[in-house]
Ligand binder design. Structure first.
Ligand SMILES: Cc1ncc(COP(=O)(O)O)c(C=O)c1O
Length: 326
């Protein structure tokens, strides 16, 4: 075939994300943006508010160029951000770990988050707080960036369809492992989520909305955006922080709730076998909240239905987040 004709063959990306049809196909991104374009959402950037469509930062920002930055995802319930202080402390710890100086104090950020929520007249919302390294020269040297960008988005999020909270999720184990803590510690909530994204793609290709990630030792770590719990012989078990996971704020809240309800809780090493033979399984996260899992790698968990402790903790969590003293 002459070279000319070869060039006219339409480009077929070999790595295109051709997903197995699932019950819950993802929304096309543009459609999502369009739906919200008229929503009147205003985004906070460095002390000023911009309509969502005009909220922009430099293409030279190292957050974009290298994933150099940190973030938090939180929820507000009835106008109150759940465990805002804890999220901000974690943000500052993530920033300290990557030597990123946040150009605001914790108290200033706290006020900015609350002001952004009020500005958007939101009661129940998802809040994304991002701090990037800022714009700089091309080349990854963070010393050649000048102005870290502080971005706060208050909007709505629906990670999973409502019915999955009643009927439970099916998940699969991804072959992509969670970051090795000596490379990029999963305790740092950085803008670099590529390994989790690759695991999410694996999950999607298997027709699942979430995927389980193991650590370098082959132990259970967490899911791509949530922590994991199982119930075994009446005990609530979850991987410990040294499995190489994010120390989830929802995870910690659920541990407290379980202890308050006299449910024995243990942070320990878990293998996939432990998950397969568990009586119950659920995931926790600020965006996901508490969501039951009824199948892992095509093995039904327990009797394949949402279990009683999961129900109890799910309800207790929803009571907690709306409790002003929580
Ligand atoms: C990898 C990962 N694990 C766990 C969690 C859950 O953490 P949290 O409950 O603090 O939202 C998240 C969500 O932010 C996450 O991205």
């Amino acid at each position: 075939m002459p070279a000319e004709n070869q060039r006219s063959v339409p480009f077929q990306p070999t790595t295109a994300l051709s997903l197995r049809p699932s019950d819950h196909p993802p929304q096309p991104f543009n459609k999502h943006l369009h739906q919200h374009a008229m929503s009147g959402i205003e985004v906070y950037i460095n002390g000023r508010y911009y309509p969502k469509e005009e909220a922009k930062i430099s293409v030279y920002d190292h957050g974009l160029l290298y994933g150099d930055g940190v973030f938090e995802g939180m929820r507000a319930y009835a106008g109150r951000v759940f465990r805002l202080r804890q999220h901000l402390v974690r943000l500052f710890e993530s920033a300290a770990a990557i030597l990123l100086e946040i150009p605001m104090s914790l108290e200033e950020l706290e006020s900015a988050v609350q002001a952004t929520l009020q500005r958007n007249s939101l009661q129940d919302a998802y809040i994304r707080l991002v701090v990037t390294r800022g714009a700089g020269s091309l080349g990854l040297d963070p010393a050649r960036t000048s102005d870290p960008q502080v971005i706060i988005i208050a909007d709505h999020i629906e990670l999973y369809p409502r019915e999955l909270y009643e009927n439970g999720l099916r998940i699969v184990t991804a072959s992509t492992i969670r970051n090795h803590p000596a490379a990029l510690n999963p305790r740092i909530k950085s803008l670099n989520y590529l390994n989790n994204i690759m695991a999410k793609i694996e999950g999607r290709k298997a027709g699942c909305m979430e995927a389980l990630m193991l650590n370098v030792r082959g132990e259970v770590a967490e899911c791509t955006g949530d922590n994991i719990f199982i119930v075994r012989r009446g005990e609530l078990l979850t991987p410990s922080i040294d499995a190489g996971i994010l120390e989830g704020i929802t995870r910690n809240a659920v541990i407290e709730l379980a202890r308050a309800a006299s449910i024995p809780v243990r942070e320990c090493t878990l293998t996939r076998h432990d998950v397969y033979v568990a009586e119950e399984c659920f995931l926790t996260g600020s965006a996901a909240e508490v969501i039951p899992v009824i199948e892992v790698d095509e093995r039904p968990i327990g009797d394949g239905r949402v279990g009683p402790l999961t129900h109890l903790l799910l309800r207790a969590f929803h009571d907690l987040v709306r409790n002003p003293d929580a």
